[in-house]
Design a binder for this molecule. Structure first.
Ligand code: HEM
Length: 502
């Protein structure tokens, strides 16, 4: 019965019939196989779809999970992402329970209130703070590693550096808690610093989701630290909301760009007071602050890692980036936020990296009512047929597939930042930050921190990849960077050599 309903829900579109939905937790641990009625297609299925010419493919599970369609053309993407009366993000109850109700976990009218309050926090002043903190963190990174006195360094894995960098920027600019780069780990839960608690939260959210409450009573060191980390940071945030609300009411908060005033957290507290009929309660303010940690950390860090790997591999592109940096920063002066728009080639590099390796390769929407989708011929644009998608069906936009489609991006596997030179090239087919009302709210934040990091690093260092013996550049790229969409989003450990520029 479930199966027959599922076939009807996807308008009998062709595709895969299997036991489990690729989104079920069970399907992530069980072996996967395409085209098997009795197993599941697995999460890598998104990558396998790249070989298909069919722009709408369905997955109908007969045992577990909702029927789903995968769309991989700009025409269909527009119909899904731009029609908010027909499609919305799924509600994530667990996300609301763990962090507090927030902009990512809600839908419809509730989401509108969250977005209205959170949006003003992502202002030009925040970008200026991000830039300032980006530079401070870059220098902290150099001195904590002792690189300020070295001419060549070989960081074991660049992934760890970019992860620490983007985490630190978020910690400063979202929470107002600057991180120190020197390693220190509290020996007892009571001594834990707030920064450590934020770090524990960022790296243990899945554990927290999957572990039942009673398990925290067991004498397991890791669980005790996670419990202490979550409890401490929530207690701190609650006291801070109360303190900030009090100072806002007493008019004690000064409008400048010092840390602590223009942070996302502060601005959300402020907007939730100023918002008139739109207000957020304490739990929602905290939820919206915490969620930035998950939306903005790994995404930016993966992009930076991939960009550096590609620049290490394609030295001519690195030279072009350096040429731009030297032109914008005569005498190697420090970059300022006002230079942001001048780093056009660096922006192209970021955009091209996100095209090849989108940190979010798939976005998911739920049909909130029965909806008609029109399928068109990819070459002529003529209507081919209509498909009715039933309420409750999931619609996934296969960003990875669209980004690698030669119709939109000629020679799609080439790393070619100059394809973005022409502003009109910033077309609909680029979905790195998604499209429509639920597109990324942190786009400017992410671009500011990524441009700042790349400019500082490339200004001071030449980046080279570390080949294994007899390895060709192509082999290196295939080994280290693949576009596969599984958990690691296609990035292996990236080892790079940095040589100080004269
Ligand atoms: C390279 C870095 C980033 C990438 C690739 C990225 C990508 C995305 C994408 C694709 C979405 C839409 C998801 C969907 O439609 O289901 C999204 C939403 C979102 N992003 Fe980002 N993001 C990045 C950085 C950031 C940063 C730095 C922040 C905050 C500090 C942030 C906060 C958010 C939030 C809150 C949403 C949900 C918006 C809503 O539902 O209204 N992102 N992001």
């Amino acid at each position: 019965f479930k199966f027959l309903n599922g076939l009807q829900a996807v308008g009998h579109s062709s595709g895969f019939r299997c036991a489990l939905s690729p989104f079920s937790s069970l399907s992530m641990v069980l072996p996967t196989r395409l085209n098997s009625f009795f197993t599941n297609v697995g999460i890598n299925f998104v990558w396998d779809l790249q070989r298909s010419e069919n722009h709408i493919i369905s997955v109908v599970p007969w045992l577990l999970g909702p029927p789903t369609i995968y769309v991989s053309s700009v025409e269909l993407m527009r119909q899904v992402l731009r029609h908010t009366d027909n499609f919305d993000k799924q509600e994530l109850e667990l996300g609301s329970q763990l962090l507090g109700e927030n902009i990512v976990s809600t839908q419809k009218e509730k989401w509108k209130v969250h977005r209205k309050i959170v949006h003003p926090a992502f202002s030009q002043k925040l970008s200026a703070l991000v830039w300032k903190e980006g530079i401070r963190n870059y220098y902290e990174m150099l001195s904590s590693k002792g690189w300020d006195t070295q001419s060549t360094v070989t960081p074991s894995v660049i992934n760890d550096l970019t992860s620490k960098f983007t985490f630190s920027v978020i910690s400063s600019c979202v929470f107002g808690l600057p991180i120190t780069w020197s390693e220190s780990k509290a020996t007892s839960e009571k001594e834990m610093s707030l920064q450590e608690c934020v770090m524990i939260m960022a790296s243990n959210i899945s554990l927290r989701m999957l572990t039942p409450r009673w398990a925290y009573l067991l004498p397991i060191e890791r669980l005790r630290r996670v419990e202490a980390g979550f409890t401490n940071i929530f207690a701190f945030m609650k006291s801070q909301v109360a303190y900030r609300l009090d100072s806002i009411r007493k008019n004690e908060m000064v409008e400048d760009d010092d840390l602590g005033t223009n942070t996302v957290f502060n601005n959300i507290v402020k907007a939730s007071v100023d918002g008139g009929k739109f207000t957020l309660n304490e739990g929602e303010v905290i939820g919206n602050t915490f969620v930035m940690l998950f939306a903005g950390h790994e995404t930016s860090s993966r992009t930076l890692t991939a960009a550096l790997a590609l620049l290490g591999l394609y030295q001519d592109k690195q030279e072009q980036a350096l040429f731009e940096i030297e032109r914008v920063l005569p005498g190697r002066r420090e970059p300022i936020i006002q230079d942001f728009e001048s780093f056009k080639y660096i922006l192209n590099i970021i955009q091209e990296t996100m095209r090849l390796y989108p940190p979010i390769p798939l976005v998911v929407r739920e049909a909130i009512q029965d909806t008609l989708l029109t399928i068109t011929d990819p070459t002529t644009g003529q209507k081919v047929r209509d498909v009715v998608i039933k309420k409750g069906t999931l619609a996934c936009i296969n960003i990875l597939r669209i980004h690698h489609d030669p119709r939109y991006f000629p020679d799609p596997e080439e790393f070619e930042p100059s394809r973005w030179n022409d502003d009109t090239a910033a077309h609909d087919a680029f979905l790195g930050f998604s499209h429509g009302t639920r597109a990324c709210i942190g786009r400017k934040f992410a671009l500011a921190e990524m441009i700042c990091f790349l400019v500082m690093l490339l200004r001071d260092w030449r980046v080279d990849v570390e080949f294994e013996s007899d390895e060709s550049p192509e082999q290196w790229r295939n080994r280290v960077l693949t576009s596969k969409a599984h958990a690691a989003h296609g990035l292996g450990p990236v080892a790079l050599r940095l040589t100080r520029r004269k």
